[in-house]
Design a protein around this ligand. Structure first.
Ligand code: UDX
Length: 428
């Protein structure tokens, strides 16, 4: 097995490095953050991902992974160099390549002859040409190998993917990279780099499109008096529609969908195609967040002065502590601007100062603490433990008993028999 270098030990880099190592490869990881490198060498994982830390420790024990803080040292003995560097959203919405390009400049002359540079980070469509030009070496090949990792299930998504995408202009380089995944039984889509990059953006944008439609349909259900849960159940049985990404919520968010949909829209605009549908998908999502905020605001109209709401869930989805572009946080901010005092409980969140939200949201240690004195309690993240809450004991702590089920998670009848007025996304 050849040595693999992974540059960047963030969420994608760390998952990629540990999973490739668990497949039997010898991997060296380089990151500028010395503290992170030290804790990784001690077998401590700076991010929470199911089974990632155990896999990391196992690979350390079997001396198949090591962590350093020197990109040039990492690449000098490696046949494969994975670029897993940040590509944050640029001013105009496209992915910013500065970190990728500066690392290429740094390691270019240290790359082994015959090495393959593999981009895992999400780069703008067409960036492969810039990267290859920047490498500027005939004896080094380039491959685009986008990731499809979801937060919370990253290891499973890496080791048991629906497909692997490999884009290259060199069939030899593409098949060599394909061999790295030989122990994974998933189809490999071999294509050109631009198509590979486009598959990544198109997949995320399509999923966001599906969700914007579902959330819009939930609003239709509210106004026609249908039950979104029943409607979506009936829809999902159609195998052409499928049951996944069919759950309505407070809107879609996270570190990828908002960034990737905007980037695809920017790229389309810049190349002369007005992708109006995608624009409306993005607009529909922010309108949906507004609509939920207004609905919650109107539930507190009856209150005199101290209007108070308890939010259950702040993370953009269950299974993560990530608040980046979280619709729940957007809703909390709007409610705060309406003059409502916002309390919140999220099992993964205990401190909001690093997110700059401590002014707007009072984070509590439990659902019971959060609902103290509140008139409305709203579920915004689909944490399974919220289904175990006993509505009658919670109700005794509240000023009024109104519940908004923003994820269609709760048993409506139980809450109504505990004296709650129940409303939900897609339900009257
Ligand atoms: C996403 C893509 O799924 C993944 O392939 C890509 O590599 C990175 O971006 P992630 O950002 O972790 O992964 O989130 P995901 O689990 O896809 O959910 C995205 C958003 O959609 C979340 O806000 C989630 O709450 C929402 N969602 C998802 C719904 O509202 N309903 C659903 O049925 C599914």
């Amino acid at each position: 097995m050849s040595e693999i270098a992974v540059l960047g030990a963030g969420y994608v880099g760390l998952t990629t490095a540990v999973c490739l190592s668990s497949l039997g490869h010898s991997v060296v990881v380089s990151d500028v953050n010395h503290g992170k490198i030290a804790s990784l060498n001690d077998g401590k994982c700076p991010i929470f991902e199911e089974s990632l830390e155990e896999l990391l420790q196992q690979c350390i024990e079997e001396s198949r992974i090591r962590f350093i803080s020197n990109n040039c040292d990492a690449v000098k003995d490696s046949d494969y160099v994975f670029l897993c560097l940040p590509t944050p959203e640029g001013e105009l919405g496209e992915a910013d390549m500065q970190f990728v390009l500066s690392v290429i400049d740094e390691v270019r002359t240290h790359l082994r002859s015959g090495a393959i540079v593999i981009t895992k980070s999400t780069v703008p469509i067409g960036a492969s040409a810039d990267v290859f030009k920047r490498i500027g070496r005939d004896d080094v090949s380039y491959v685009s190998n986008p990731e499809f990792l979801r937060e919370g299930t990253a290891v499973q998504d890496f080791l048991d993917p629906d497909r692997i995408v490999i884009g290259s202009t060199s069939d030899k380089a593409a098949s060599r990279v394909g061999m790295l995944y030989s122990r994974i039984s998933a189809p490999i889509v071999y294509t050109d780099p631009i198509s590979a990059e486009t598959i990544k953006y198109a997949s995320n944008s399509f999923l966001a499109t599906k969700l914007s439609f579902i959330n819009g349909l939930a609003s239709v259900c509210e106004v026609v008096g249908a039950d979104a849960d029943e409607v979506l159940r009936g829809m999902g049985m159609d195998t052409r529609i499928g049951e996944s990404y069919l759950r309505p919520g407070p809107g879609w968010g996270g570190s990828c969908f908002p960034k990737d949909t905007k980037a695809l829209l920017m790229t389309s605009d810049a190349r002369g195609f007005d992708f109006g549908l995608l624009r409306s998908v993005i607009d529909a999502n922010s309108r949906h967040i507004d609509r939920i905020s207004q609905r919650l605001n109107s539930m507190l109209d009856k209150e005199s002065d101290d209007r108070c709401i308890a939010l259950l869930g702040l993370a953009f989805k269950a299974g993560t502590d990530d608040l980046r572009d979280s619709p729940a946080v957007e809703i909390a901010r709007r409610l705060h601007r309406f003059g409502i005092s916002v309390r919140a409980f999220d099992p993964a969140i205990s401190d909001l100062s690093r997110w700059g939200l401590a002014e707007e949201i009072r984070v509590c240690g439990s659902a019971s603490e959060a609902v103290q004195g509140a008139s409305v309690v709203a579920v915004l993240t689909e944490w399974p433990e919220f289904q175990q809450i006993d509505p009658s004991s919670l109700g005794q702590l509240m000023k009024r008993r109104v519940v908004f089920d923003g994820r269609l998670l709760l048993a409506r009848r139980d809450w109504e028999s505990a004296g709650f007025t129940y409303v939900g996304v897609g339900r009257q």
